[in-house]
Design a protein around this ligand. Structure first.
Ligand SMILES: C[S@@+](CC[C@H](N)C(=O)[O-])C[C@H]1O[C@@H](n2cnc3c(N)ncnc32)[C@H](O)[C@@H]1O
Length: 249
């Protein structure tokens, strides 16, 4: 699949589930709640860019923390962005908020502008996460910072182990590489989905069930084998290994 086609597919998968995302994304909310603890105190009227806002788990926390900031809140998918916009466009505080659709892999915003660029659970969907995050530094002011959360190596170990045991090739998207200057904390979140079906339903209802770029989707037989292997050993437990990255100029 060509890169542009893959990007469109990812965006559509999220957009198709924009209305269900909030009800099914408690883990993404917990991750945003951890990411906000890494966000620095900033001076008067900071300029903040959020990439991949989704329905706004992190946006809400940013608005609470930086009540006097100027925000540019973005997502590649207009349906996700509009859910966020409907919730927060009339947020009453001293801040200004601009909502815009934008691909985080090619920022359409001015250079040397932002004190903080922040993004939760989005860069794993990029073609070139490391290069894209490195390019964000051109949009920072001197002393600006980038903060991200994303999937860390070996995430969903129970699923990977079931893949190995059932001989099914993994379709999980790769965990991103990071710019050399970025410091990384790895944090584990334990979730329970009752069974393989519950786990897959979670991924689907949050728009996050797309396979890795150059893989076909799992066929019925393979999926059956994989779910059986998982359910024979696990009771729905799933470990989210999450990386929190900070890059300061
Ligand atoms: C898992 S959701 C995370 C949303 C939100 N940040 C949260 O933590 O709940 C990923 C979001 O990234 C967006 N996204 C995917 N690829 C993107 C890209 N290339 N540029 C910008 N946003 C992208 C999707 O539309 C989706 O809203």
């Amino acid at each position: 699949m060509r890169p542009e086609q893959y990007t469109k597919k990812i965006s559509k998968a999220f957009g198709d589930h924009a209305g269900k995302y909030d009800a099914n994304s408690s883990i993404q909310k917990k991750i945003a709640e951890t990411l906000i603890t890494y966000c620095p105190d900033l001076g008067k009227t900071p300029q903040i860019l959020e990439i991949g806002c989704g329905t706004g788990h992190l946006t809400q926390l940013l608005l609470e923390k930086y009540s006097n900031a100027n925000f540019v809140i973005t997502d590649i998918n207009s349906d996700m962005l509009n859910v966020c916009k409907d919730k927060y466009s009339s947020h009453s505080s001293e801040c200004s908020i601009e909502f815009t659709t934008m691909d985080g892999e090619g920022l359409g915003v001015p250079l040397n502008t932002f004190d903080l660029i922040v993004s939760s659970m989005t860069v794993q969907w990029f073609h070139t996460p490391r290069k894209s995050v490195e390019a964000w530094t051109d949009h920072l002011r001197p002393d600006g910072q980038i903060l991200i959360s994303t999937l860390a190596d070996g995430y969903f170990p129970q699923w990977r182990e079931a893949e190995d045991r059932s001989g099914v090739m993994s379709r999980l998207i790769p965990a991103p590489n990071f710019p050399n200057q970025m410091s990384i904390d790895r944090v584990v979140f334990e979730e329970n989905y009752s069974h393989a079906k519950g786990f897959l339903e979670h991924l689907k209802s949050t728009g996050a069930s797309s396979s890795s770029q150059n893989c076909d989707v799992l066929g019925r037989r393979e999926l059956g084998l994989l779910m059986k292997a998982y359910d024979s050993k696990y009771d729905g437990e799933m470990t989210w290994k999450i990386a929190f990255g900070k890059l300061a100029l």
